[in-house]
Write a protein that binds this ligand. Sequence first.
Ligand SMILES: Cc1cc2nc3c(=O)[nH]c(=O)nc-3n(C[C@H](O)[C@H](O)[C@H](O)COP(=O)(O)OP(=O)(O)OC[C@H]3O[C@@H](n4cnc5c(N)ncnc54)[C@H](O)[C@@H]3O)c2cc1C
Length: 509
Amino acid sequence: MPLEEIAKIARMTMSKLVFAAMMLPVFARGGVFQGESCQRCHTGIRDAAPRRRLSVPAKEDLHDVIVVGGGVAGLTAAYKLKDLDVLVLEKEDAAGGKVRRELWGHARYPVAAGYMSQVYLKDIADIFGALDIKGDVIPEPGNSLFSGPGKGIVDDPFGKGLEKLSEPDDVKAALKRLKADMDAMGKGGDVGQVPPVPAPEQMNEVQRALDKQSFWDYMDGKYGRRVAEFSDRYSKSLFGVEARKVSAWTGLVYFSADFGDGANITWDGGPGVISEKLAQALAGSVRLGALVTAVIPDETGVTVEYELRGKRARARAKSVVVAVPSFVAKRIVVGLPRWKKDALASTRYSAYAVAIVALDKSLYHQSFDLWSDSTTVFTDLEPLDWGRTPETGPGTPAQILEAFVPLGEDDGRHVFLKTPDEKIAAKVKAGLERIFPEAKSALHGIRVIRWGHAMPIDYPGYLSDKRPNVMKAVGRLSFAGVDTEMPCIEGAMVSGVRAASEARASASR
Ligand SMILES: Cc1cc2nc3c(=O)[nH]c(=O)nc-3n(C[C@H](O)[C@H](O)[C@H](O)COP(=O)(O)OP(=O)(O)OC[C@H]3O[C@@H](n4cnc5c(N)ncnc54)[C@H](O)[C@@H]3O)c2cc1C
């Protein structure tokens, strides 16, 4: 072996050892993260030998379609294929990925996603209708702004509350223009309601131009520095990274959904009910605890290798929907052409913590989303009982707030792995007490949920240049998940519907 190769392997081994040492303080506490079991993925996929062939063939487990990954994209794909013999393989002990609910006493809370825009797409509306998934329209005001100690909280800062903001007149005028533009955008126009993100040849000039520039540049150029600064906080909350790293197209679509005229919807404990109903409808077809380690296509079908409760297993299908994020897909799918590997490798992800803050007394009841100033570790707080009667019962907190703690990309992931839950919780507590001094005597507890690869980042140019190949089918493999759309529940579901129709076609061949 050439010396260079040996040095490269030694460097890789060293960096893995350093990484493992870094992880020790976190894992040594017996701390399996809430959120995603990254330890299992790191050892079972990232750090495993390229492909460990099964020594003994598993008993035949034949299906029409296998869906790899039981997030809301994979569940939607499987639901659309439920007339066939379909199997979903999900590594966690519950389906739904980032769209799930958990319990604190009798109160439900979301592990990540908290709400969605009103359903305007027929494919999704049909599923919601068939499964009787009815959301509650989030009452007004949807948003409030904390402007710093002593300055108070302003409700509906881009609408009725605008005059109460302690901002100069030119900033207020810019905010007024922004609000009018967002209302207009919510009604359609050139930017359009996306997802589904149009194919490159169907994108109009406005969409293409917006996708090529950053959200920061657009907001700074059109509305000025103060508005751009708020977009930055917004972008960190929504996408986990600064506005400079996000395409103006994506930023504006989300901004208009949150601050424009249209209403958003949620459920008791968040949209996890969508995954629960989809999983129920697929009963028997979802295999939980199944970590897929290899997807191997050939001329006549696809073999999928996975680990189930410590045992290795294998299943086969005529076609496969790969509904895991691209950074996982690129490691588990065998024999992909170069263009597809490059596309999957072009995705980038933010790291993110969600802090679930339980309180012994109700602290905040003014709006669905309270935006903080830039001094707190979280960007915003959502009271989960906003607009509904809080749950009561033994062990149930008087109120639960969901706090969003964005951490950026690789650097953030690095910090994340070294920081114990207690440290993150302490920072959240300090921020909470800054906004609400009375929180000192009201805190019941904080649960930290980590997402190392929370969301794909729609960086400038991603949607128009990279995404088309990320989503493109390869032989009997189709690709679903938000890397192929915009990172939201609608995006995940739309991708599942598309991938299901591709998989149906290849399963019939
Ligand atoms: C903190 C946070 C807040 C958010 N808030 C909102 C919101 O309010 N509204 C909104 O619309 N969107 C929100 N989103 C975005 C939205 O929740 C996600 O983009 C969407 O749910 C992703 O769905 P998915 O199915 O593509 O991916 P995932 O949810 O990531 O699903 C992928 C699934 O694949 C499984 N998997 C991965 N690897 C393997 C393997 N090797 N073998 C087997 N299974 C595997 C995972 O366990 C997971 O269940 C939020 C996201 C985050 C992180």
